[in-house]
Design a protein around this ligand. Structure first.
Ligand SMILES: Nc1nc2c(c(=O)[nH]1)N[C@H]1C(S)=C(S)[C@@H](COP(=O)(O)OP(=O)(O)OC[C@H]3O[C@@H](n4cnc5c(=O)[nH]c(N)nc54)[C@H](O)[C@@H]3O)O[C@H]1N2
Ligand SMILES: Nc1nc2c(c(=O)[nH]1)N[C@H]1C(S)=C(S)[C@@H](COP(=O)(O)OP(=O)(O)OC[C@H]3O[C@@H](n4cnc5c(=O)[nH]c(N)nc54)[C@H](O)[C@@H]3O)O[C@H]1N2
Ligand SMILES: [Mo]
Length: 761
């Protein structure tokens, strides 16, 4: 039988076209790009009405990222160029119907590019790929739910089912999803967090007793210093640039620590400020520290060494609120500067200067994202960055704190309402109380372990609430094997992606409503709720006509599956279908189960929503083993590539949303077309006898394994020597499945050792 494959990645026939990186982010090009995306994809009327509602009180939450909106005011449009792309992509007028699937077999579709798949439009009908079929065909919602329930109830062990979640899912849908998994009898709840900020959650829970940040947006207005580490806000969190610009206006210094000098950190023109639009843009970062990939633990060790040995620390805060300082002081007292300089690529003098700036700042915010979380030593690095803040007492103080900047717009909320492969005793107890579900106590699979279980034949049904597990995960070929090993794969999705084509024996696509669309249930027009990066829970309500009358909402799909399972294999006292007639009932159940949601239905209806409790921020209370914030010490580890090996990071371009590719352009970095590119330092290229435009092969080396990927074009770029950059998801096949961060088990998407050779050498 001929099914989809990943053996022939769609290659690019032409070399990339390259210009100069931009010096200013946003401004006129961003507005033009916004208009182009909004108008061409969803039509004039649709785009104007959807942009008007985005991130406004009573409107819908922008699906672009998890950056918060101001508490008390919203500017004319609290959205950005890339949020607009995400909205236009969902609001597209193009549709995929059953006829589309008659025209193409999955094998044919699997040979198309990611950009082509996404551009075919919204999924509109439930589709089944049957055991021996080569094409998807229509199926009714009832039959789809019967099929899923039938397969699930015939499993020998509930742990053979895996329930994946991507971070766009609302609190309401996510809460029901984890109830279904746990009611069915498993904690197999991997989610995109496992590939994203899991390292942050893991490190922070141990250091400060909560796996979240400790700042509010308002803290950016009164801070003296902001460190932006391993993050590219100009592309991935453009609304953050407004906060950075305002912080600078108020006198804050901003330091960017990144192997690349990203455009958003150079200059910014606010698209809604006419005066700024006329000028040459406001400077953002005062300083760029062009660190080597994976050099951050060494850099912060050097900084903390200086702070401790110079006596630049807050003894009162340390003795009152922290534990472990004495041992930490001893351990950082002696450092190997040669090692620090070679691993970080930053000189001792520069590190001493940074330490001085830090010592002199009365309030510091440290922000980070994927440049920090996707390495072997991410947890160690994050704990060392937290140590810097603990030394100066920068927690629970105005203008200061920890700020991991989340990615998917509700990834933090999904975790809060129970999407977690580990169920805490208190969660187990409260779920039992509200639903009579007996949650198993064993840990379930995270993303990497779920993939391994499917490869080993232990996982037989893979159900995905959104996302694109195949392309988002490391080691694409292994994940394809994992998918093919399943009896059934089920995808609740809005757009077509590669995972729909690399499936189990049988596969279902269940098309759902998106954020922008009206969700009508029997009690009327519903809203959902989400939590942003700073712990604010607020409502999100769609206003657009759904792409098709056949679409179901995510909560209704979960209830549809659960209510067919319930009589076959009783699991709870939940009346699933009644819950989704009115989402207030789901919120009541969340309130009864999850701490911090008191008066949920009332408070979520207030203008800007409400803050969830945050003990370190609110009262300097730390729910750790010592009941204090912990200093943790870890030795500096490094990757040690051999001569002629490079450390590769896989990053996002300006024209993609994770695995959704909008175009081959990366405007801010000056890439006009081409995604199969390798950014390399010109000096390294010369040493390797390579030049821009050469076609090259990449071979990753991990333990005794190698993985090869061909057809990459060389681009000379300002990146530290010994480092290269490629785009995610094209380069994911090079990242070994078992190459993960200690503690968090996150794939090391920013730390891959590769060899580079000219194709056909
Ligand atoms: N438009 C758009 N917005 C998005 C997304 C999207 O794909 N498109 N994705 C969303 C999601 S899920 C997430 S998680 C976020 C991701 O947001 P980011 O974390 O900003 O995304 P990446 O492109 O992975 O960028 C990582 C940055 O870290 C730097 N870096 C890499 N390795 C290192 C290192 O070792 N040390 C340091 N100091 N820096 C390093 C890279 O040069 C790059 O600038 O964005 C969210 N928002
Ligand atoms: N090499 C490498 N790999 C990475 C990363 C990296 O930096 N480098 N980053 C990692 C990170 S940070 C993340 S978060 C993951 C992302 O992993 P995922 O969240 O699994 O991937 P996405 O590409 O965001 O998922 C896109 C799909 O979600 C579906 N979708 C969109 N909106 C909705 C909706 O409202 N409801 C439903 N049900 N479906 C919807 C669409 O069908 C779309 O095709 O990738 C990770 N993988
Ligand atoms: Mo993410």
């Amino acid at each position: 039988m001929n099914r989809g494959t990943i053996e022939t990645p769609p290659s690019e026939d032409n070399p990339p076209t390259i210009g100069k990186p931009s010096s200013v982010a946003a401004g006129i090009p961003a507005i033009l790009s916004t208009i182009k995306h909004g108008f061409s994809k969803s039509g004039l009327i649709g785009s104007v009405s959807s942009f008007r509602k985005v991130n406004k009180f009573g409107g819908f939450d922008c699906p672009g990222c998890a950056w918060p909106d101001p508490d008390d005011h919203r500017t004319i449009a609290e959205f950005c160029e890339n949020g607009a792309k995400a909205i236009a992509d969902e609001a597209t007028k193009k549709k995929i119907t059953a006829k589309f699937f008659q025209n193409f077999s999955v094998s044919e579709l699997s040979k198309k590019s990611d950009q082509w798949l996404n551009s075919q439009g919204r999924l509109t009908e439930p589709m089944l790929l049957d055991s021996d079929a080569e094409k998807y065909t229509s199926i009714s919602w009832e039959d789809a739910f019967e099929l899923i329930a039938g397969e699930m109830c015939s499993l020998a062990d509930p742990n053979q089912a895996i329930f994946y979640t991507s971070g766009r899912t609302s609190n309401e849908a996510a809460f029901l999803w984890q109830l279904l998994a746990r009611g069915f009898g498993t904690n197999n709840l991997p989610d995109c967090s496992n590939m994203c900020h899991e390292s942050s959650g893991f490190a922070l829970s141990d250091s400060i007793g909560i796996g979240k940040g400790t700042v509010k947006l308002d803290d950016f207005n009164s801070t003296e210093l902001i460190l932006v580490v391993g993050q590219n806000p100009g592309t991935n969190h453009p609304r953050m640039l407004t906060a950075l610009r305002d912080a600078r206006k108020n006198g804050a210094s901003i330091i960017s620590i990144n192997p690349l000098i990203e455009t958003g950190m150079k200059k910014f023109k606010h698209p809604q400020n006419p005066l700024e639009m006329l000028g040459s843009g406001k400077e953002i970062a005062d300083k760029h520290v062009q660190i080597r990939i994976n050099g951050d633990l060494a850099l912060f060790r050097g900084i903390n060494h200086c702070l401790v040995t110079n006596g630049d620390y807050d003894s009162e805060f340390i003795s009152k609120h922290t534990s472990g300082f004495d041992e930490y002081q001893k351990s950082v007292g002696v450092v190997d500067w040669k090692l620090i300089e070679s691993v970080s690529g930053v000189s001792k003098g520069e590190i001493e200067n940074l330490a001085q700036v830090i010592a002199q700042s009365n309030s510091i915010i440290t922000c980070w994202a994927m440049g920090i979380t996707q390495h072997h030593n991410s947890v160690e690095t994050i704990q060392e960055m937290v140590n810097t803040l603990l030394l100066g007492g920068h927690i629970g103080r105005k203008g200061a704190g920890i700020c991991p900047v989340r990615g998917h717009s509700n990834v933090q909320g999904d975790r809060t309402v129970g999407i977690n492969h580990i169920a805490s005793p208190s969660l187990i107890e409260s779920i039992q109380k509200t639903t009579e579900i007996n949650t198993p106590t064993d840990h379930g699979y995270d993303a990497v372990n779920a993939a391994q279980a499917m490869i080993d034949g232990k996982g037989k049904i893979f159900l995905a609430m959104g996302g694109n597990f195949l392309s988002a995960m490391s080691d694409t070929k292994s994940i394809a094997k994992a998918m093919n090993n399943c009896e059934l794969t089920v995808f609740v999705s809005t757009k077509l992606n590669r995972n729909h084509l690399i499936t189990g024996k049988r596969s279902l696509i269940l098309p759902c409503l998106g954020r922008t669309e009206i969700d009508n249930q029997s009690s009327g027009h519903q809203f959902v709720s989400v939590e942003n990066s700073m712990g604010i829970v607020h409502s999100s309500q769609g206003h657009m006509k759904p792409a098709s009358p056949t679409l179901m909402s995510e909560p209704a799909i979960v209830a549809g599956i659960a209510s067919v399972i319930e009589p076959k294999s009783p699991m709870s006292n939940v009346d699933w279908n009644s819950l989704v007639t009115d989402y207030d009932k789901i919120r009541d159940m969340i309130e009864a189960t999850i701490p911090g949601f008191d008066n949920y239905n009332t408070r979520v209806r207030t203008k800007a929503g409400f803050y969830l409790p945050n003990p370190p921020r609110d009262s300097l209370t730390f729910q750790t083993d010592t009941r204090k914030a912990n200093f943790r010490f870890h030795s500096i580890s490094s990757l040690n590539p051999n001569v002629n090996e490079f450390i590769m990071m896989t990053i996002r371009s300006h024209d993609q949303y994770n695995t959704t590719v909008y175009s081959g352009q990366d405007r801010y970095r000056g890439i006009k077309s081409g995604r199969r590119i390798v950014m390399m330092n010109p000096e390294d290229a010369r040493k390797m006898r390579l030049q821009a435009g050469d076609l090259i092969d990449l071979t990753s080396v991990f333990q005794s394994e190698t993985r090869k990927s061909s057809n990459w074009y060389l681009v000379e770029y300002d990146i530290p020597d010994g480092n290269i950059a490629t785009y995610f998801p094209e380069a994911n096949e090079l990242i070994p499945l078992n190459s993960t961060a200690y503690g968090s088990n996150t794939p090391t998407s920013k730390s891959v050792i590769v060899r580079v050779s000219k194709t056909h050498d």
